[in-house]
Design a protein around this ligand. Structure first.
Ligand code: SOE
Length: 394
């Protein structure tokens, strides 16, 4: 039995479920120097967290996440909560010398993200590792996209085109859940799904967004209050409705620091689009396109081919020489959304065991937070807005 990496997870909803599957699976799929032990899960509802522990495979459960921080038999805190608690939990865990994995976006504000990135950098000196869970980086086709760019296969990138389209709240009767409340989520489609395409495009291009011009919209201004457990007081108007305080959709133009220009769209009102993430890069020598709905494939246009042979090819990214694939199935069988979470905990375990910095780091996630902030400021001012530098002038 390899040495154990004892995990405590905070939160057990959608991301708690995907992370639990990853912790359960990672040592069966990959040969790693550390073996994940699912020690305890924390959640506010005694009944809910007990049921989640049983269903998701956690040995113990608690309603107080601070007890996880205090335990000597927990090495890593996995944060799967709404964004308003990320900073408090991560700072406490890092101060206690525990590794941290934190769901995206890193925080609900730049100030919090800066504090978290500074704390992670300080803790790294003592071998403590911190990672932000931008899981789409762990799709093999996305890794191939980045490699093609690094190898110059599409030349100088001119256009970055990214969209992330969902439609789960187009019904105005959908209740005012936490993702629709600024005080809990920080922002709406922008921080939830816009953060993914910001991180993913910066990852595959190797360029950072430097300025933006943005537009946001909230189509449905009030929604029915959810059940009593939501913690929401009765709405001021007393008609059982509460104000939506985040964006339903965010669109922005971008300049990237390597010379590319970008168009970005994140919306929860693209009727019929369920989780449609698509990125296309157009370069001087060719183009690449990734579509999450066909996540085992990468489209490639090789502009250097003779004109009689030109056209987009569909690369099936299931051969064993692609990252992670050898752990799963023979060529052609494919992987899914849930595998990306197993891949990211695999890489986190590897980084902890070898003393490397896992990516995306909290510094990488701070850069995303700075772009989110610039988009919000631009939407507010209707002006082109620069992304603040990550390192503030001393
Ligand atoms: C909701 O938009 C959500 O669950 C995001 O929060 C996740 O990050 C994304 O992977 C799926 O959609």
């Amino acid at each position: 039995m390899s040495e154990q990496l004892r995990v405590g997870m905070v939160g057990y909803a959608f991301m708690g479920a995907t992370h639990s599957l990853a912790w359960r699976t990672v040592n069966h799929a990959f040969d790693l120097p550390l073996s994940a032990r699912m020690t305890a899960v924390s959640g506010r509802s005694p009944e809910g967290v007990a049921a989640a522990a049983a269903k998701l495979g956690w040995a113990e459960h608690t309603t107080d996440w601070r007890t996880l921080i205090d335990r000597d038999d927990i090495d890593l805190i996995d944060i799967c909560t709404p964004g308003d608690t990320h900073a408090e939990i991560a700072l406490a865990a890092l101060a206690a010398g525990k590794h941290v994995m934190c769901e995206k976006p890193l925080a609900n504000s730049v100030a919090e993200a800066r504090e978290m990135a500074a704390a992670a950098a300080k803790a790294a000196a003592s071998g403590v590792r911190a990672m932000c869970a931008f899981n789409y980086r762990r799709v093999p086709a996305v890794a191939l996209m980045r490699k093609f760019v690094e190898d110059g296969r599409i030349g100088t990138i001119r256009h970055v085109r990214a969209s992330y389209l969902q439609d789960w709240i187009i019904d105005p009767e959908f209740p005012l859940v936490w993702r629709l409340r600024k005080e809990l989520a920080g922002s709406g489609a922008l921080g939830d799904i816009g953060a993914h395409i910001i991180d993913l495009t910066q990852f595959v291009t190797g360029q950072s967004i430097s300025s933006v011009s943005a537009l946001t919209e909230t189509f449905v201004k009030q929604r029915p209050l959810p059940g009593a457990s939501s913690g929401l007081s009765a709405s001021a108007d007393g008609n059982g409705l509460g104000d939506v305080t985040v964006d339903d959709a965010a669109l922005f133009l971008a300049r990237l620091d390597g010379g590319a220009i970008g168009t970005y769209e994140a919306t929860r009102f693209a009727t019929g689009r369920k989780n449609a993430l698509r990125v296309e890069l157009n370069g001087s020598l060719g183009s690449l396109a990734f579509d999450f709905e066909r996540l085992n494939e990468l489209e490639y246009y090789d502009g250097t081919r003779p004109s009689s042979e030109q056209g987009f090819s569909r690369i099936l990214v299931t051969e064993a020489d692609h990252p992670y694939i050898a752990a799963w199935w023979p060529p052609g069988h494919g992987i899914g959304y849930e595998h990306t979470f197993t891949h990211e905990v695999r890489d986190l375990i590897e980084a902890i065991a070898t003393g490397q910095q896992p990516t995306p780091s909290f510094a990488d996630a701070l850069q995303v937070q700075l772009v989110l902030d610039a988009v919000s400021r631009s939407a507010e001012s209707a002006q082109w807005t620069s992304v603040e530098p990550a390192l503030q002038p001393v």
